[in-house]
Design a protein around this ligand. Structure first.
Ligand code: NAD
Length: 491
């Protein structure tokens, strides 16, 4: 963890390109660092007239940007990538200070964002417009077109990576883009906007509107916005999807998760223990891909003891960051209190954690709850903290049944040294992303990111070729090249 003061950009308002910031004349929310409670500044809440102005600018920019050749559009993305690499450490500082995760985790999320950016830089190489002669002298062809002004609403837990799932692909495809960051972590978005400007992105192509629920609802309903993506909790993802769909807008909304890791007796004890703990405790458990339930099948020997030992090694405030807020800490500790009250064994207790010199920080230590029953709240709810609930079963089928009965469907993993067992599990797991001896099975690009069930509403994944499909629409063109050609059935 860093101890030097980190320069924090002040939010001058809402961003609409160039050196333009629409002044933050509206009400402000205060932003505090989860690391030590330091006040970081105020985030303005956009009012309708501000949003109207941003949408108007984005709409004006769309006319030029959408007709700029793809090869030229991606040149800006190449320059943006160079700038992200140049400012890598500074961005990691910023993410750490506003989100509370460790510096290493902050750096890794930028790397993951850059991976999607690299995919978008390759759009000219993978652009899939097709043409086929369908009858003598007649061809059918399809072309991809951008959708217009599009919106992306993002959560607090990945201030750079989650926005980067959508920005480069949507912009690369020729859309103009409005980002609505989480009001808890608004600063990284400001820096991304500044870097886009430095990369030469024309004004109005990338915009940032700050705000909360009302801001988001006004944006979703805005007639000037054609499509949107959302990443956040399932409750809101479902509402946003329904709201957009009612308006006939294209929407892809990603929700929460409750990811299960299954360990069978032939798993490698050391590798499994390290990996399970890293999955559950990394980013203080505030990942939609974090392990939340561990299912030990049959006699797994010393693996649970080794997991406890691994988790005990974690130093809060050094290799485990803060949770986002005091409210989050209280909510997470509430789950541990109730699990204790229900008679479960708390093998490792993270309640009351604090870091010397950062007493106003919001920390929860690694927590392991043993012998949980499948229907209990800590086995079912998304706790979103460094808490792992441990269930025992006699058979792999029982474990799979428990995993499959949870309403979410982001990730499911198995630890085994048997290929046949791994295949048996991966074919049956009811999740969009499956791990074999991997606790955070986020696919590397171009393999796309996306869960199933209540972890996602809408069709397709958010990255990879599905991202291209989501942010574009197809036009089909049928041509009779020789008007007199008679040997075909086309009228
Ligand atoms: P959240 O749902 O509270 O907020 C997400 C965004 O929606 C924020 O920008 C917020 O301002 C806005 N918002 C909040 N309430 C709203 C409402 N009623 N109407 C419209 N907009 C609203 O989520 P969060 O707490 O910021 O993030 C944590 C959640 O995100 C977890 O559930 C986590 O699993 C999920 N998440 C999912 C993925 C995924 O890929 N499936 C990735 C990251 C995070």
């Amino acid at each position: 963890m860093t101890s030097k003061p980190i320069p924090v950009p002040q939010i001058r308002g809402h961003y609409t390109g160039g050196h333009e910031w629409i002044p933050a004349g509206e009400s402000n929310l205060e932003v505090y660092s989860p690391l030590d409670g330091t006040r970081l500044g105020g985030v303005p809440i956009a009012i309708p007239s501000t949003i109207d102005e941003v949408v108007k600018n984005a709409n004006t920019a769309f006319k030029t940007w959408s007709t700029t050749p793809l090869k030229d559009r991606v040149q800006v993305l190449f320059r943006f990538k160079t700038l992200l690499e140049k400012h890598h450490a500074e961005l990691a500082d910023l993410i750490q200070v506003e989100n509370g995760k460790t510096w290493t985790e902050a750096k890794a999320e930028i790397d993951k964002g850059i991976e999607v950016l690299e995919f978008a830089c390759s759009l000219p190489q993978i652009w899939d417009q097709g043409l086929l002669e369908v009858s003598t002298g007649v061809s059918c062809q399809y072309e991809r077109y951008p959708l217009g002004v599009v919106l992306s609403i993002v959560p607090f837990n990945f201030p750079a990576m989650v926005p980067m799932w959508t920005i480069p692909i949507a912009i690369g495809c020729g859309n103009t883009f409005i980002l609505k960051p989480s009001e808890l972590v608004p600063l990284t978005a400001v820096r991304l906007a500044e870097l886009f400007n430095e990369a030469g992105l024309p004004p109005g192509v990338f915009n940032v509107v700050h705000g909360t629920r009302e801001t988001t609802e006004y944006l979703i309903d805005h007639p000037g916005i054609t499509a949107l993506s959302f990443v956040g909790s399932t409750k809101v993802a479902r509402m946003v999807y329904q709201r957009a769909a009612n308006l006939g807008k294209r929407a892809l909304t990603l929700g929460g998760a409750k990811n299960h890791l299954v360990v069978v007796p032939d798993a490698d004890p050391e590798i499994t223990a390290k990996n399970v703990v890293a999955s559950a405790m990394g980013c203080a458990g505030q990942r939609c891909m974090a392990a939340s339930v561990l299912i030990l099948v049959g006699d797994t020997g010393t693996i649970l003891d080794q997991i406890v030992e691994e988790a005990k090694k974690i130093k809060v405030g050094e290799d485990l960051g803060a949770v986002i807020s005091a409210a989050a800490k209280e909510r997470i500790e509430g789950y541990i209190n109730r699990a204790e009250g229900a008679g479960y064994t708390i093998l490792l207790d993270g309640r009351g954690a604090s870091v010397k010199g950062k007493e106003a920080g919001t920390y929860v230590g690694p927590t392991l709850i043993e012998g949980v029953l499948p229907g209990d709240e800590c086995a079912c709810d998304e706790i979103f903290g460094p808490v792992l609930s441990i269930i025992h079963t006699q058979t792999l089928d029982e474990a799979i049944a428990i995993e499959n009965s949870n309403p979410y469907g982001n990730a499911a993993s198995i630890y085994t040294s048997s290929g046949a067992v791994a295949r048996y599990f991966s074919e049956r797991a009811n999740a969009g992303m499956v791990g074999i001896n991997i606790g955070v099975p986020v696919p590397r690009e171009p393999f796309s990111f996306g869960g199933w069930n209540d972890s996602k509403f809408g069709h397709g994944d958010i990255t990879g070729m599905d991202g291209v499909r989501f942010w574009t629409k197809l036009k089909k063109i049928t041509t009779k090249w020789t008007a007199s050609a008679s040997q075909n059935w086309m009228s």
